[in-house]
Design a protein around this ligand. Structure first.
Ligand code: CA
Length: 237
């Protein structure tokens, strides 16, 4: 049975979430503080963890940070404020997804399913995002490893999050094509519930920074005002 750990000190929220997940066929374990949850998920990682941020004893960000030293199982963060998501994305702690409170339990279950499906599969963002390696002409020096979600540019590992990897995959395989944020959500993310356009901007910003650290002279991702983003291959010398 698929076991899900819920870390949430607000009992009312936790019990609703627990009811919905059990009804959906998942086994659940509930913790009300960060330290107990961390001890448990390190000792016996579940299939997925739902992790609130504001928690007694050890906050969710610290639980995530420490848990990631021991386990790669999917973790979905529960945040009280949408503004918090940008900050969290910037920290690159390795959460698999974020859900903003208040959320509908039904949406949360859909998100859990999507993350489990995505992390169980051999590749991230497979549907409709194209396949095969990027052409060397379109993206010289860029190598994408779809199986391990790793990318390197001119031999330098880019150290991307899965979201960033998904965006890089879509953009770099269609050089010059302008993608709206809505289209990127569709192609680079398996599940779009609650993913905001601001989150995309934040992912693109981080991706651009990482690419720029390797090739400062070239900006690979062009912002198209009011529309979205496009991949820009450098002009051959
Ligand atoms: Ca809380």
């Amino acid at each position: 049975m698929t076991r899900i750990v819920i870390v949430e000190d607000e009992i009312d929220i936790a019990s609703v979430v627990q009811d919905y997940l059990r009804h959906a066929g998942y086994e659940t374990t509930h913790f009300t503080d960060g330290q107990s949850a961390l001890d448990s998920i390190v000792a016996a990682p579940p299939e997925l963890t739902l992790l609130d941020i504001m928690l007694p004893r050890l906050d969710g960000v610290e639980v995530l940070r420490r848990a990631r030293e021991h386990t790669a199982h999917p973790i979905i963060m529960l945040t009280a404020r949408i503004e918090e998501v940008d900050r969290l994305l910037g920290l690159e702690l390795g959460a698999d997804d974020y859900v903003c409170k208040p959320f509908s339990p039904r949406e949360l279950v859909a998100r859990v399913r999507a993350v489990l499906r995505r992390t169980a599969g051999p590749a991230f963002g497979g549907q409709g995002s194209g396949s095969g390696p990027a052409s060397q002409d379109d993206a010289p020096g860029l190598v994408l490893d779809d199986v391990h979600w790793r990318a390197s540019l001119e031999g330098t590992p880019l150290n991307l999050t899965r979201r960033e990897f998904g965006l890089l995959q879509v953009l770099s395989r269609h050089p010059g094509r302008i993608f709206s944020r809505a289209r990127l959500l569709e192609l680079a993310y398996d599940d779009t519930v609650d993913v905001t356009e601001r989150a995309i901007d934040s992912h693109v910003k981080n991706l651009r920074r990482k690419l720029g650290a390797v090739t400062p002279a070239h900006d690979w991702i062009r912002s198209v005002y009011g529309v979205g983003f496009a991949w820009e291959a450098p002009v051959p010398a």
